[in-house]
Design a protein around this ligand. Sequence first.
Ligand code: UDP
Length: 334
Amino acid sequence: MSSHPIEGKVLIAGGAGYIGSHAVRHFQEHGVDVVVLDNLSTGHREAVTAPLEVVDLGDPPELERVFREHRPAAVVHFAAKCYVGESVENPSLYYRENVHYTWNLLEAMRAHGCRDIVFSSTCATYGDPVEIPITEAHPQQPISPYGKTKLHMEHMMEDYARAYGLRYAALRYFNAAGASQRGDLGEDHAPETHLIPLVLQVAQGKRDEILLFGDDYDTPDGTCIRDYIHVEDLADAHRRALAVLQVGAAQVVCNLGTGTGFSVREVVEVARGVTGHAIPARVVDRRPGDPPQLVSGGTRARDVLGWEPGRPGIEDIVGDAWRFLRAHPDGYGA
Ligand code: UDP
């Protein structure tokens, strides 16, 4: 199913980050006029293919200027803190940057009559799953400050929609992974905490081994199962979600995953095949807060957005991430 063309300029907050930069490129490839807003705290200037406003969402006068100058018709909002562990240690940072800064953004939108927003939510808003697969109807009982702040963001938008006519799409991602098929955009976090880039760093020779966080879970091989979704498929879903809002939907809430889970051991095995490297692995204690399984269920994204993952295979996801790392062994700017 094709989607309606996007009308007007789109402001992409967090467009220098991992998922945001892929979305910027994707929107541009579909002829959309984009402006990126990013404070470059974790994003990379080199990843931005559109005009960039280096602005912090904690700076309302600068936000005001950006809205005045660019007059965006819509916002796609990726700018947020996204580490569970960090959120447990420093919840203040998460409530400020995820909740308060989103409020700043919504206020700027309201002041300028900008009605539509698509934003990054997460399967972390569901908390410990009571059933697998997880559909959008699953109870939302987040267990980390990260998940809680993302749920607050959803609630804020729900209330703004009711009171002020905001239209919003909350896209609940499962595990974003992979890199652009062109090989020029990819994942570059410091410090890196995610499984696939860490496994590939072992293949690069930057780490001696990958630590497997627990192999005594109630799963077939004892390691945790996750639903890895290609970052370019996420980008495509954001464009479709905005198109759906622009033709009149008031609220879109969708999971974004493939519906297929892979264990940590399976991911390591795939990476061995992709890279041709032995990738030594060692089992250590569980990481606190990791549910045994997180797998997306249901067909809502297909039904509402006409979206299907175009690159659901874990070999493709790991292979694309590997191609980016081979071209950029030390990430952007290196
Ligand atoms: N994981 C692991 N070793 C690592 C990093 C992650 O075993 O060095 C596991 C982690 O426990 C989880 C899965 O890999 O079960 C995916 O973790 P990641 O941090 O990539 O994403 P999350 O599921 O936390 O969003």
